[in-house]
Structure formats: structure tokens, C-alpha cells
Design a protein around this ligand. Structure first.
Ligand SMILES: O=C(O)/C=C/C(=O)CC(=O)CC(=O)O
Ligand SMILES: [Ca+2]
Ligand SMILES: [Mg+2]
Length: 408
């Protein structure tokens, strides 16, 4: 190929994820990550490489217009790029400026997100939080195995990886407090999630069934649903999380297409009792995506604190989308759907610090010997994820965020 791609690169020839970047002399535009570079699709369009596509969709500060072309166009374009890279198409060889080093580029939020929904689909996570927040003997609520439970999140505060996050203020009421206190959250947490991006509009009243769900999913990102557990525990009854979760949600810059993730499809868990007919599905709807979380302290000490896998999820994306729309709720291109926290069966695979340190009763120890029950100011949380099978690796890169002190 025209350039080297490291064997362990997330951005292999099999991936080709889409994002929005800018660099010196280049306004924000659509790019495709390949190895340590970015293919500038606006530049390729200017060279006449996509005659069937309106060039304006590439000169945008979000992927929405590109995604709205539909999968017939976007999938074909991705496969064309793959072929051109492999055969070293003369246009690529003769125009080195169509490639930009990722080091020289600034990434932007890839999507204009109209609506953001977050699910609650890991049985291990729901069980763990149920034990800590409610009743250890009846951890899973009665609806959980029947409904892919979710809540409507806040699109305005979804931020790009690398954006610092300020510790939120809010109300909290400890066990021994008579009245709630107003203070910076003392139990700030992360949630290891992935998100999927809607690729096709529906109209009001139209549902999406599980068999057609893939048509409506453009691709996936890594997602950190920052959560203030003290605010959450006090505010969430009975309507669910509000200020505990809407102060920030971080996503990774590259949207990995559903097609690129196809090699990693695996069967999901047995669902018992049987789900209602509208939630039945066929085929392998889970994805074997290895995930990890690293905590970096203010002075740069890194510790891997969690290893999980997206394949553990009880409810899959097709079921989430079918449930979300079964009442006629419409979806729009660019809507973001969070998977819910991805906890696995073992204590080292729990997808939040709340679970890893068991609500502060079992603090985790970092590489420098210091301990954490919740996130401290100056800590950076980094999540990474990739699929790997038969020598094919498709990764997401990372989503990172540093916690800054609460405002005065
Ligand atoms: O069990 C609860 O009360 C709450 C759990 C959550 O933190 C909600 C959430 O964001 C869903 C998830 O990430 O799985
Ligand atoms: Ca969440
Ligand atoms: Mg959030």
C-alpha cells in the first residue's frame, strides 16, 4: 500500500471509519481514518472521485448530510476507498495532499446530534446497581427482563473526546443527612458504553422492527456517560436520571460503520423469560468488541481499571431500536443511542467505578499505590475498544476526558 499501516492499528484497511477534521488550510470536512492518516474526502471529491455524490456533503462540520445519502451510497463509497487504497489508485499516488497526518489534524464532534437516548441493557450492571442503590435480595427490577429500559438524555452536552469535563454541582442527601446538601459531586463516575448513530429517518408513527434495524444504524462510537452518583441516588426516583447525567457525555471522534463491525457479530445471551414478539430477533446481534478503561492521574500515572466486552449485553441494538420506536416515536439521522453501561460477569469487567469499587467499600488501587472510590479532580478516564478476528482488526481509537474542579 501507499503507506505503512501498523499491524495493531485500529484504523486498518478493514475499518475506514468516518469523522470530521480540520487542519492548517482545511476547514472542517469529512475524513476517513486509515493507519495514522486521514483521507480528505472533500479533496477527493474535488478531484472528481465521487461523481455521483453532491460534493457539498463533504464540506460540512458534521457527518449528517453524508449519512443522509443512505447506505447504498455510503457503503459503496467506503468499498471504493478500500479498493483504491489497496490498488494504489493513481489519483492517490499523484495527490499526496489527499492524506493528512492525524497528528496535524483537529477532530470535531462527528455528528450534529438531535436526540440522545441511553439504554440500561447490561444485566450485570443493572444487577450490581440494583444491589447498591436498592435491594440486594431483589436487585433486578420486575420489568428489566421484559423491557430494554432507557431514558432520554441530553444532546446539547454530548462532547468530543478530549474535551475537559467540569465536576458538577448538585443536590445530594447522604444516609445520615436530615436535609439535602448543595455541593460539588463527591461521587463522580464514568460509564463504559458504546453508542450507535441513526442512519435513516423514520416518520412519526412508523416503527422499526428488529429485522430492519440494521438499515437504520449507520455506525458506532465509544461513549462515556459521566455520572454523579450522589446526585443520581437522590434525584432519580421515580423519573430516572436527570442532572446526574446531563452535564456531559463524551464520544470518540471516529464513527465505525456497522459493515466494518460485521466480522465480529456473535450470538447474544439466552433471554429468559421469552421476550414479547415485537422484541424477538434473528441472527447474531451481539458484537465481540473488546473494551478497556484506563485511569490516568494528574501526574500521568496510568492504570488499566476495567476490561469488558460489548458481547455481554443482554439487550441488543435491534431490540433497543424496535422498543424505542414501537410506540410510533420517530428517529432522525444523527440521533445517538447509548448502549448502557457495559459490565461483564467478573469484578474486573465492571463498567463503572461505582461497581469496581463497590460504592466506595472496596477502593481500587492504582499503579502508584493511591486508591480511588470515585474520580478525583485532574484524573483522566480513557476508554478504548476494538474487534479482532482472523487477523482483521477494527478499532474505535479512544474516548478520553479529564475532570476539572467544580466552578466556584
Ligand atoms: O440502576 C439504576 O438505578 C441506574 C443505573 C444507571 O446509572 C442508569 C444508566 O445510565 C443506564 C446504564 O448506563 O446502563
Ligand atoms: Ca448510562
Ligand atoms: Mg451522560
Amino acid at each position: 500500500m501507499i503507506f505503512e499501516i501498523k499491524r495493531d492499528s485500529d484504523f486498518s484497511i478493514h475499518n475506514l471509519p468516518f469523522g470530521i477534521f480540520s487542519s492548517a488550510g482545511r476547514s472542517p470536512r469529512v475524513g476517513v481514518a486509515i493507519g495514522e492518516s486521514i483521507l480528505d474526502l472533500q479533496a477527493l471529491a474535488d478531484l472528481g472521485m465521487f461523481p455521483q455524490i453532491d460534493k457539498a456533503v463533504f464540506a460540512q462540520n458534521s457527518l449528517n448530510a453524508f449519512i443522509a445519502l443512505g447506505k447504498t451510497s455510503t457503503s459503496k463509497l467506503r468499498l471504493d476507498l478500500q479498493r483504491w487504497l489497496l490498488e494504489e489508485h493513481p489519483i492517490l499516488r499523484e495527490n499526496p495532499a489527499v492524506l493528512v497526518s492525524q497528528n496535524e489534524a483537529t477532530m470535531h464532534l462527528p455528528i450534529h446530534i438531535g436526540d440522545y437516548t441511553d439504554f440500561y441493557s447490561s444485566i450485570e450492571h443493572a444487577t450490581n446497581v440494583g444491589k447498591m442503590f436498592r435491594d440486594p435480595a431483589n436487585a433486578l427490577l420486575p420489568n428489566w427482563r421484559h423491557i430494554p429500559v432507557g431514558y432520554h438524555g441530553r444532546a446539547s452536552s454530548v462532547v468530543l473526546s478530549g474535551t475537559p469535563v467540569q465536576r458538577p454541582w448538585g443536590q445530594a442527601k447522604g444516609k445520615d443527612d436530615v436535609l439535602p446538601k448543595f455541593q460539588p459531586s463527591a461521587r463522580l463516575d464514568f460509564e463504559l458504553e458504546t453508542g450507535f448513530i441513526i442512519g435513516k429517518d423514520t416518520h412519526l408513527g412508523q416503527g422499526i422492527n428488529t429485522a430492519e434495524a440494521d438499515e437504520y444504524i449507520f455506525g458506532k462510537v465509544l461513549l462515556n456517560d459521566w455520572s454523579a452518583r450522589d446526585i443520581q441516588a437522590w434525584e432519580y426516583v421515580p423519573l430516572g436520571p436527570f442532572l446526574a447525567k446531563n452535564f456531559a457525555t463524551s464520544i470518540s471522534p471516529w464513527v465505525v460503520t456497522l459493515e466494518a463491525l460485521a466480522p465480529f457479530r456473535v450470538a447474544g445471551p439466552v433471554q429468559e423469560p421469552a421476550v414479547l414478539p415485537y422484541l424477538e430477533y434473528a441472527g447474531d446481534q451481539n458484537l465481540d468488541i473488546q473494551l478497556n478503561v484506563v485511569l490516568e492521574t494528574a501526574v500521568g500515572v496510568s492504570t488499566e481499571i476495567c476490561r469488558s466486552n460489548f458481547k455481554y449485553m443482554y439487550w441488543n441494538m435491534a431490540q433497543q431500536l424496535a422498543h424505542h420506536t414501537v410506540n410510533g416515536c420517530n428517529v432522525r439521522v444523527g440521533d445517538l443511542m447509548g448502549s448502557g453501561t457495559i459490565s461483564g460477569p467478573t469484578p474486573d469487567s465492571y463498567g463503572s467505578l461505582l461497581e469496581l469499587a463497590w460504592s466506595g467499600t472496596q477502593p481500587i488501587t492504582l499503579a502508584d499505590g493511591s486508591q480511588r472510590s470515585f474520580i478525583e479532580n485532574g484524573d483522566t478516564v480513557v476508554m478504548r475498544g476494538f474487534g479482532e478476528k482472523d487477523g482483521v482488526r477494527v478499532g474505535f481509537g479512544e474516548v478520553r476526558g479529564k475532570i476539572l474542579p467544580a466552578h466556584k
